[in-house]
Design a protein around this ligand. Structure first.
Ligand code: NDP
Ligand code: PYC
Length: 338
C-alpha cells in the first residue's frame, strides 16, 4: 500500500480555498466552505471532507449557488436572529449569525438562529463547536432533499436531515453528537459506490422498495431512517421545524426545486443556543459540574462518548498532518488545475 501524503491543516486549507476562489466564490463563501471541508478531513469525517468539493463545484457551475452572495443579518435585538444567505452557502451565513446567536443566548438564556435561502452540504458539528466554545449548549438541524423513505414507506420523501447537539465542558472537548437521521449520511453511500463496496444490509431499498446492498440501486431508490419509526419521527420534526416553521423548503420541496440529487440542495437551517448557567440560575448545583459527573459515569462504564473518535483524529492530524491517499491527491490536483 503506497504511503499517504501528509499535508498540514494550513496547506490543505490554502489548496481548498484556492479552488473555491478560482471557481468564483467570494471571500466569505470560499473561506467558510473550505474551512468546513478541511475540518471534515482533519477529523476523519470523510463523508463531508474533500470528496464534497466536486459537488460544490458542480452546483456553482449549474448556477444554483450565488457566488457573490453576502449573507444579510436581520436582528431586532430579540432572541430570534435571521440570516438570509441570499442563495449562497450556509457556512457563510452561519459565520455572520453565530456571534450574535451566542451573545443573545448568553444574555437571554435562549436564542435561535434561522438561516434561509442557503445551499447546504456540510456537517453540523463545526457549527456546534463554534457555539460550545462560546460557552452555550446548542442544537442544530436542517432538511436536505428527499432521499429517505419514512418508516413503513417505500419511496424517498424525507431528507437525510442531520441533527446535532453540543454541551460545553470547561477545559475539555465539548460533548457533541451529530448524525444523519437516515441510517448513515448519503455521502457514505456515495463513498461506497465510488470505492466499489457493497452496503451493509438494512441501509436502503431499491426503486421498487426492495431491500438492497447495491449502492447504485440505493441511490436510485431510498435510504432508510435510523431506528425505524423513531428516526422517522425525528426526521419529520426537522422537516417541520427547519423547513415549514422557518419559512423554507422541506426535503421534497428542495428536490422539486433542484430537480436532481447530483447537485447540492438549497433550503434553510435552524440552530438553537441555550445558556446552561441562565437555565440553572437559582437551582441547586452547578450545571457544568453535574454534567461532568454524568459524562464521566458514561465513560466510566467503558462507553465512548460521541465525537471522541473525531477528537482523536484531530489530535493526530494536528501532530502529523492530514493523511491523503494518492487518489485523493490526484483529485485535488485535477480540481486545482480546473
Ligand atoms: P455517524 O453515524 O458516523 O456518527 C454519528 C454520531 O455518532 C457522531 O457524533 C459519532 O461520533 C457518534 N458515534 C458513532 N459511533 C459511536 C459509538 N460507537 N459510540 C458513541 N458515539 C458514536 O454519522 P452520520 O453518517 O449519521 O453523519 C455524518 C455527518 O453527515 C454528520 O456530521 C452530519 O451533519 C452530516 N450530514 C449532513 C447533511 C446535510 O444535509 N448537511 C445530511 C446528512 C448528514 P464520531 O464522529 O466521534 O464517530
Ligand atoms: O450526506 O446525506 C448527506 C448529505 C446531504 C446533503 C449534504 N450531505
Amino acid at each position: 500500500m503506497p504511503r499517504p501524503t501528509r499535508l498540514s491543516i494550513a496547506a490543505l486549507t490554502e489548496i481548498v480555498t484556492g479552488i473555491f476562489l478560482r471557481a468564483g466564490l467570494n471571500d466569505i463563501q470560499a473561506r467558510s466552505v473550505a474551512a468546513t471541508i478541511v475540518a471534515g478531513e482533519r477529523d476523519n469525517c470523510k463523508s463531508h471532507g474533500i470528496y464534497r468539493i466536486a459537488g460544490c463545484l458542480r452546483t456553482i457551475e449549474a448556477g444554483k449557488v450565488d457566488p457573490a452572495a453576502e449573507p444579510e443579518l436581520q436582528h431586532d435585538g430579540g432572541p430570534l436572529i435571521r440570516v438570509n444567505a441570499g442563495g449562497g452557502f450556509s457556512t457563510a451565513a452561519f459565520s455572520v449569525g453565530a456571534p450574535v446567536l451566542a451573545e443573545q443566548a448568553a444574555a437571554q438564556g435562549i436564542a435561535a438562529l434561522v438561516i434561509n435561502d442557503c445551499t447546504h452540504f456540510s456537517a453540523l458539528w463545526p457549527e456546534i463547536e463554534t457555539l460550545t466554545e462560546a460557552g452555550v449548549a446548542a442544537l442544530a438541524m436542517c432538511p436536505s432533499y428527499a432521499a429517505v423513505a419514512p418508516s413503513g414507506g417505500t419511496a424517498p420523501l424525507l431528507g437525510t436531515n442531520p441533527f446535532a447537539f453540543g454541551w460545553p465542558r470547561p477545559g475539555r472537548h465539548p460533548y457533541v453528537f451529530d448524525f444523519a437521521t437516515s441510517i448513515v449520511a448519503r455521502g457514505e453511500i456515495e463513498l461506497h459506490r465510488q470505492d466499489g463496496r457493497t452496503l451493509p444490509e438494512g441501509w436502503a431499498v431499491d426503486a421498487e422498495g426492495r431491500p438492497t446492498t447495491d449502492p447504485h440501486a440505493a441511490l436510485a431508490g431510498a435510504m432508510l431512517p435510523f431506528g425505524g419509526h423513531k428516526g422517522s419521527a425525528i426526521s419529520t420534526m426537522i422537516e417541520l421545524l427547519a423547513g415549514a416553521m422557518i419559512g423554507d423548503l422541506t426535503s421534497p420541496e428542495a428536490l422539486g426545486a433542484l430537480g436532481s440529487t447530483a447537485l447540492l440542495p438549497a433550503h434553510g437551517e435552524l440552530i438553537i443556543a441555550m445558556s446552561p448557567a441562565r437555565f440553572a440560575a437559582g437551582r441547586p448545583g452547578d450545571p457544568f459540574a453535574r454534567a461532568e459527573r454524568l459524562l464521566d459515569a458514561i465513560a466510566g462504564q467503558g462507553a465512548r462518548l460521541p465525537s471522541e473518535r473525531r477528537f482523536a483524529a484531530r489530535a493526530a492530524a494536528m501532530r502529523d498532518g492530514i493523511a491523503l491517499s494518492a487518489e485523493e491527491m490526484a483529485m485535488l490536483e485535477e480540481l486545482r488545475a480546473g
